[in-house]
Write a protein that binds this ligand. Structure first.
Ligand code: NI
Length: 179
């Protein structure tokens, strides 16, 4: 396994629409290695999730999972999950705004509206079809990571740039105000 270099905003790979992985190819060593390396890279950066384009691979693969993460001290647990070729369908018209950050947009936080409940369909790391409902913070993480597969970052989803903050200012002026 290896910790991969994370692409930062401005790198064209983050703006490309990623290619699907043929389901029969998910078991191939190249894809299994990519998944392992993405998990290790996410872990090494204390990220909540990572999409393959963020490690310079334009394929439709995301990994995520949140547990006792110093970057998200108040977040709910989200199960460690690998999604290949994910498709999401909102199950509600309700959107909620909350803070997001991104390993490809270092040191910034902003409030992003996201659907609160989704149907998720994908293939798992073993190539078997997955289908589940995600809500709350889990739904937020899925939407954030799936956006990367379509060349979007959280900044594109913000209703206004007014909350966009550097980390020290986020902690100083916004976290306290939200309490
Ligand atoms: Ni991101």
């Amino acid at each position: 396994m290896a910790v991969l270099k994370v692409a930062h905003l401005g790198h064209p790979v983050l703006r490309q629409v990623a290619e699907p992985v043929p389901p029969e190819g998910i078991g191939a060593p190249e894809i299994q290695r990519l998944i392992e390396d993405m998990l290790e890279t996410m872990d090494d950066h204390d990220g909540a999730g990572l999409a393959a384009p963020q490690v310079h691979v334009s394929r439709r693969v995301v990994v995520y999972g949140v547990r006792a993460n110093p970057r998200y001290p108040d977040a709910e647990d989200v199960p460690l999950t690998v999604l290949v070729n994910p498709r999401i369908t909102p199950l509600t018209e309700d959107q909620e705004e909350d803070w997001e950050g991104c390993l490809s947009v270092p040191d910034l936080r902003g409030k992003v509206p996201r659907w609160t409940r989704l149907q998720v369909e994908a293939y798992g790391r073993n190539g078997r079809p997955l289908r589940f409902v995600a809500g709350g913070f889990h739904a937020r993480v899925v939407q954030h990571e799936c956006d990367h597969l379509d060349g979007k970052v959280f900044l594109d989803r913000m209703r206004s740039m007014e909350t966009l903050s550097f980390l020290p200012e986020f902690h100083r002026y916004w976290l306290r105000a939200d309490d």
